[in-house]
Design a protein around this ligand. Structure first.
Ligand SMILES: Cc1ncc(COP(=O)(O)O)c(C=O)c1O
Length: 473
């Protein structure tokens, strides 16, 4: 096969460069569906790199669904690659379909004229393992008896709850108890439900971190609970300030605070649990970005330290895709019963087929493998993004990049945050300001920037434009 692949040896990360070159070749149609790629040994010899470089690049593309590797059949371009090559007329509708498939266009809600979407909160949608999801779904459909296609247990199908219990015990030390896991439609559904249960239990106030994800403010507010914002500093939520509120329940993001990116310090973890024990409180632990940790030691979840006091909630929204609307709550038994009852009352549970597919992917190790591949990719993007920011915007202080998929960039005190966001958008770069995420108190100007969805090269281009936006205001 005569493929024009160039590697810049001086730039390092050869496997990443090779994967990008092959991905581009699939996207622009130079590599067509079904075509066989050279064996790793041959391509390594052609390119003058070690075989491991090619193996890593192939593994990455298999996980993304661009290529398929089968024993005895070698490695081929997938028949429905993640961002398939162009076929048929290349009109705007077709290009838009490709952009949608590639995740470079989040749909009609995208602001017009945005070439670099750095809004936080979304994973690299182009990396969804389409082939593996489809293959597992086919097996589920072949094997599930007709009776399983009935309404499910509203707490989730037993197979998924069992796999989640094992996974969360292994990876997050989450101390799941039998009957303590409820499958949810994402963390969002838990957030819309638990405050209502708390109100039934006599609570009036829910403490939240300030700042807080701006989608969550109306979601929590709609439940009727009153929000008490508690400041977040470099150690995480200020527990002394929390203790001064009337709240007996708190929502926290200890793994990677959203949006500041702070990891809750061990000291604050102990203080938070002590507070909960002292005042008989519930801690709602949104395990935001718990899967993505780069250069710091693993941090277990709060729930593992105090299972009687903590509800842990997570989802596949960052690990796979938010489109699945699949998540979980690991709750103390009394609350798991109430959550299950709420699902029975409101929506009768989540898709049985999707639950079984996820259960298989966890059970077979595919889910963990996918996470490993994505962690490597996000880490490379994080490195490129932070290096570009340091070079182009040295006046910006970058926080929260040891984990997760976003950075919290504190602007110089004199900067008008809203003007920077608007100017960046005018130059084609979408980022979010932190002001709409503040619950009560004002704070320094900052922007929240998601780096997960763009290649290293495009991230550097976006940072150039961002620097121009900051200079212009
Ligand atoms: C901090 C935080 N937690 C949870 C969620 C909800 O995620 P999902 O419902 O997709 O699991 C979001 C989504 O915007 C978020 O920003």
């Amino acid at each position: 096969m005569d493929l024009h692949l160039t590697l810049d040896r001086a730039a390092g990360r050869l496997a990443g460069q090779l994967a990008e070159g092959l991905r581009d070749a699939v996207r622009d149609g130079r590599l067509t569906p079904g075509v066989r790629l050279p064996p790793t040994r041959d391509l390594a010899a052609d390119l003058g790199v070690s075989r491991g470089v090619v193996v890593t690049a192939y593994e990455q593309l298999v996980a993304e669904g661009f290529i398929v590797s089968r024993q005895g059949d070698g490695t081929r371009v997938a028949t429905c690659p993640a961002a398939g090559p162009a076929a048929g007329p290349r009109g705007e509708a077709h290009r838009r379909a490709l952009r949608l498939a590639a995740g470079t266009d989040a749909g009609p809600a995208d602001p017009p004229g945005i070439a670099y979407d750095l809004r936080p909160g979304k994973p690299d949608l182009a990396s969804f393992p389409r082939d593996r999801w489809a293959a597992n779904l086919r097996e589920v459909l072949r094997e599930l008896p007709h009776t399983a296609l009935n309404y499910p247990d509203p707490a989730g199908v037993p197979e998924l709850r069992a796999e989640l219990a094992g996974h969360l015990a292994r990876v997050r030390a989450a101390a799941p108890e039998p009957g303590g896991i409820v499958v949810t439609a994402g963390v969002a559904q838990m957030l819309a439900t638990v405050p209502r249960i708390l109100i039934e239990e006599g609570h009036r106030v829910l403490a939240v971190e300030d700042p807080l994800g701006h989608h969550q403010i109306p979601m929590l507010g709609a439940t009727g609970i009153e929000l008490a914002g508690v400041p977040v500093d470099e150690e995480g939520i200020d527990v002394a300030a929390l203790a001064r509120t009337p709240a007996r329940a708190v929502l926290v993001t200890p793994a990677h605070q959203y949006p500041t990116g702070v990891v809750l310090s061990p000291r604050r973890r102990s203080a938070l649990i002590e507070w909960a024990r002292d005042v008989d409180a519930l801690i709602i632990e949104d395990d935001y970005d718990g899967e993505f940790r780069y250069d710091r030691d693993p941090v277990g979840c709060l729930r593992g330290l105090a299972p009687d006091r903590v509800l842990l909630a997570g989802s596949v929204s960052k690990a796979l895709s938010p489109a699945l609307r699949l998540g979980w709550a690991v709750a103390p038994p009394w609350l798991a019963v109430r959550l299950r009852a709420a699902r029975a009352l409101h929506d009768l549970g989540s898709s049985v087929l999707d639950q079984h597919v996820l259960a298989r992917m966890i059970g077979s190790g595919e889910y963990a493998r996918h996470l490993r591949v994505m962690r490597r990719r996000y880490r490379a993007r994080r490195d490129a993004f932070v290096a570009a920011l340091r070079e182009r915007l040295p006046q910006v202080r970058v926080h929260g990049v040891s984990a997760g998929l976003h950075a919290y960039a504190e602007l110089p005190g004199t900067c008008d945050e809203t003007a920077v966001v608007a100017q960046a958008a005018a130059l084609g770069v979408a980022v979010e300001g932190v002001a709409p995420m503040r619950v009560g108190r004002p704070g320094p100007p900052a922007i929240v920037v998601g780096y997960a969805r763009l290649s290293e090269r495009r991230l550097a281009e976006a940072v150039d434009l961002l620097a121009a936006a900051v200079r212009a205001v």
